[in-house]
Each structure stands twice: as C-alpha cells, then as structure tokens.
Design a protein around this ligand. Structure first.
Ligand code: ZN
Length: 158
C-alpha cells in the first residue's frame, strides 16, 4: 500500500550506523518527502543508540532539533515534507516488527499530539554480505499494520 524510497545517502547513513553499533540496537525517526500517491522518499533520519532513559531523552531532544531544522529547510511545506515514522535495527534477529514494536507504533499513531494519519516502521539489519536488508510496515490509528515496499538506493555505489 505504500512505497518507501531510501535514497543512496540515507542507505549510506544506515549502513554506517549499523556497522558502528555492531550488536547494539540503533534507531531514530524518519522524515520524508511525499512524492506521489502512496510514495514517500526518506529525506533525513536521526540515529541514536537505543536503551536507557537518558538516551531516550537525548533522542527526543535531538529529534525535535532536527525536525525543526528539517521544517525550516523545507519551508514548512508539511503536506510535502513531514514526519513519516520510526526506524530501528534488529542486529540479532529477523528485521520484522516484534509485539513491542507493534504496540509502540500503535501508541505513536494514536497519539493526538503527533496527529499522524499513519506512521511507518522501518526495521533494518546487515545481511552476512554486509548489505542492508529490512522490512517496512505502515500502522493506522484504527489498529493493524500493512506491509510496505522498500525501494533501496544503489548500495553498490557505496
Ligand atoms: Zn524492533
């Protein structure tokens, strides 16, 4: 139902973050450009080490700063450029949403202060060849999730 385009520079950021984090989980938020019917191109992501309350607060503060910068840069054109969702890595298991992931995403999409009609969860990991693999799901406020398609930028150029 939704195509998520990861341009080469975003793929590169994810690869660097995953290599650096090794067996630790990393994640952040996705900011995207709405480029066509059900088609979103990720323009920026934040990267945080997950776990612990201190890192959670830093993550929020950094995300707010980065969102503000993103909205300024994109001229507050919220219909075209906006918060799309979350991403994180599953370094040690399959890149599919866990029950906890489903519950957190439902909370985000049902949070009226976020005001999202939907939110995307991107889960990534490195395959044995060191390439990025993953899954994307779209969550709706009424509950449930739908599998989305990830279109990767060219990883061979990196
Ligand atoms: Zn997860």
């Amino acid at each position: 139902m939704l195509n998520l385009i990861l341009p080469p520079e975003v793929v590169n950021t994810l690869l660097v973050a995953l290599r650096k984090a090794d067996k630790c989980e990393v994640g952040g938020i996705l900011m995207a450009e709405h480029i066509g019917p059900n088609e979103f191109k990720v323009s920026e992501i934040t990267v945080h080490r997950l776990g612990g309350i201190a890192s959670f607060i830093r993550r929020i503060e950094d995300a707010i700063g980065k969102l503000r910068f993103f909205f300024n840069r994109t001229d507050h054109d919220y219909r075209r450029f906006n918060y799309l969702g979350e991403w994180h890595s599953h370094p040690l298991f399959e890149p599919f949403p866990s029950t906890t992931d489903d519950m957190s995403m439902l909370q985000i999409v049902q949070d009226e202060s976020v005001g999202a009609n939907f939110a995307v969860l991107l889960i990534v990991k490195l395959n044995p060849n060191g390439q990025l693999v993953g899954s994307a799901h779209t969550y709706l406020p009424k509950g449930g999730r739908a599998r989305s398609t990830i279109i990767f930028g060219d990883q061979n150029s990196i």
